[in-house]
Ligand binder design. Structure first.
Ligand code: FAD
Length: 506
């Protein structure tokens, strides 16, 4: 970078200058991961502005975030402490299947296979027999959440406690600031200033110019400017493929609500006529977001739906992807490559893209093969995420509400229609390649809101007789309940693990 060159001795075929544009969560995550891997061989700078361009108030992280943090060498308790984070066992979904209906969407598997039959198929067998089970009672994550408990998975694989899986919620700005400090300690250079323009050539971006006039050259550019996609979208004119045209939910608003009561280790989404309200607990506060159809909720009604004592931030809901996530010498990481829409998979996609970039890290100018594979996998992932985001919306069972009726009519992408046809015929659930959404998540939503499959699964039908099945299910429910009762409360766990924002733990 101009004026901040590193002296390097590597062969000229190596990428020696990497410029990340955008100092949000995606930008600092990418810079940290690059600093860890190409440390000393390339200079890494991050262009950041003073403006508040929008980290979410709370970012809900799925279990895979812990792997990414471990790869970077970040200590989980410190992250939670610094970002006022709360652990999360999943999400309670209220009213999506219909008024009064609710189910838990756990981060872990439901039950366990019995005599070779998939667990959800056994629950479907009970339903067909007119003895429906409450699926949540077979999820340690769900029962623990209901009891206000939390623990990390136990090491004994024979114990039910080993089946726990967890994610966490973090204050978006504090998290970005923590990543920034860590990246700086690894030698990443913050470069203050807003991007004024990028100089695009036939081979890619030659340099970016900041509003103050500083010109920064690099070999490889990472576009982490959020949905605006200033480099890939604007400078390189890679178009966006929108998935939202038929979806009525086009807007969101969020605010932070202080909460003195003990913290919850799960998120809640509750459907209303205009969309849904989403609570993401942190320590000492809850980030409350509404996702809504602007055709069915005007500005005054937004404030009724989201009563707030503090500032309310509004934005349009982005739901779609750039045709290419990597074009020429510019790789988009995070929402600049596309947005998962009304689903908390943004960070999962960001982490996957960063890992993929490291795996395929190119030599100078030798981008072609790496780029093709990067884009192939990015495309697959985004398509899977799109389907997962649409699933609870197209399967909604709400009556007499135009927004939800329109959501049911949203045209289904081929891959989603294929999934649903398999479910409808025999309760089948499949995983495609590059699947960022675990099978357990598809199962939770399909059991919670899906239609009854037309016929039963052969393995589940023949697994054991009805009395034996009832006994085994009863034993499983009791083991799960007892397991949950042994766990500490979420607040106690935060304190003991050193993750409580107010203390250093023991
Ligand atoms: C309300 C809301 C809630 C969300 N909740 C979740 C969630 O719970 N879980 C989840 O995984 N994802 C969530 N997301 C998606 C989430 O935003 C991303 O996962 C994550 O924050 C992406 O960070 P980012 O840095 O790429 O993008 P942004 O946060 O949009 O940051 C873009 C950065 O680019 C910089 N920038 C922009 N223009 C310029 C310029 N001209 N010059 C210099 N810098 C520039 C800005 O400074 C900004 O910091 C949510 C998004 C929103 C809007």
């Amino acid at each position: 970078m101009c004026g901040r060159r590193l002296i390097v001795t590597q062969s000229p075929a190596e990428i020696r200058r990497i410029l990340v544009v955008g100092g949000g969560i995606a930008g600092w995550s990418a810079a940290t991961a690059l600093a860890r891997t190409v440390r000393g061989r390339a200079s890494i700078g991050v262009v950041e502005t003073d403006e508040d361009l929008g980290e979410p108030l709370a970012i809900a992280c799925r279990p895979d975030a812990a792997e990414f943090h471990a790869m970077l060498g970040l200590d989980e308790a410190s992250i939670l402490r610094g970002a006022q984070g709360a652990y999360s066992l999943g999400e309670r979904m209220i009213g999506f299947g219909g008024e009064g209906a609710a189910y838990f969407r756990p981060f872990a598997d439901l039950g366990a296979p019995l005599d070779g039959a998939s667990f959800h198929q056994l629950l479907l067998r009970r339903r067909r027999q007119g003895r429906p089970e409450v699926a949540d009672a077979y999820s340690l994550n769900a029962v623990a959440a209901e009891l206000g408990r939390f623990a990390k998975p136990g090491p004994n694989e024979r114990s039910v406690l080993s089946t726990l899986r967890y994610g966490f919620n973090l204050d978006g700005r504090r998290y970005a600031a923590g990543l920034r400090a860590f990246a700086e300690s690894l030698g990443v250079t913050p470069l203050r200033g807003a991007l004024a323009k990028a100089e695009a050539t036939a081979t890619g971006i030659a340099a970016v110019v900041l509003e103050g006039g500083e010109r920064l050259e690099a070999d490889l550019f990472l576009d982490c400017t959020g949905p605006a996609s200033r480099l890939l979208g604007e400078a390189l004119a890679v178009p966006v493929e929108s998935w939202a045209a038929d979806l009525p939910f086009d807007s969101q608003a969020e605010t932070l609500v202080p909460e003195a009561a003990s913290s919850r280790a799960f998120n809640v989404s509750e459907a209303a006529a205009w969309g849904w309200r989403r609570d993401t607990p942190l320590q000492g506060a809850v980030a409350r977001r509404i996702v809504y159809a602007s055709a069915h909720l005007d500005d005054a009604q937004v404030l009724q739906a989201l009563p707030a004592s503090g500032a309310v931030r509004r934005s349009k809901l982005a739901f779609g992807r750039r045709r290419l996530a990597w074009a020429r010498n510019c790789v988009a990481i995070g929402p600049s490559a596309g947005s998962a829409g009304p689903l908390d998979l943004g960070l999962t996609l960001t982490h996957k893209a960063i890992r993929r970039l490291l795996e395929l890290f190119p030599t100078l100018g030798g981008y072609e093969a790496a780029r093709a594979e990067f884009n192939r996998r990015a495309d697959e992932e985004m398509a899977r995420v799109r389907d997962a985001a649409l699933l609870p919306l197209v399967l909604n069972g709400r009556g007499g509400e135009p927004a939800w009726a329109a959501a049911r009519e949203t045209p289904q992408p081929e891959t989603l229609a294929y999934r649903l046809s398999l479910w409808n015929s025999r309760g089948g659930v499949i995983s495609f390649d590059e699947e960022p959404v675990p099978e357990s998540d598809w199962i939770a939503v399909l059991l919670g809101q899906g239609p009854a499959p037309r016929r039963g699964d052969v393995l589940a039908e023949s697994a054991m007789d009805d009395a034996a099945l009832a006994d085994r299910l009863g034993a499983m429910r009791r083991a799960i309940r007892q397991g949950a009762e042994q766990m500490p409360t979420h607040d106690v766990f935060l304190t003991r693990s050193g993750a409580a924002a107010g203390g250093a733990g023991r």
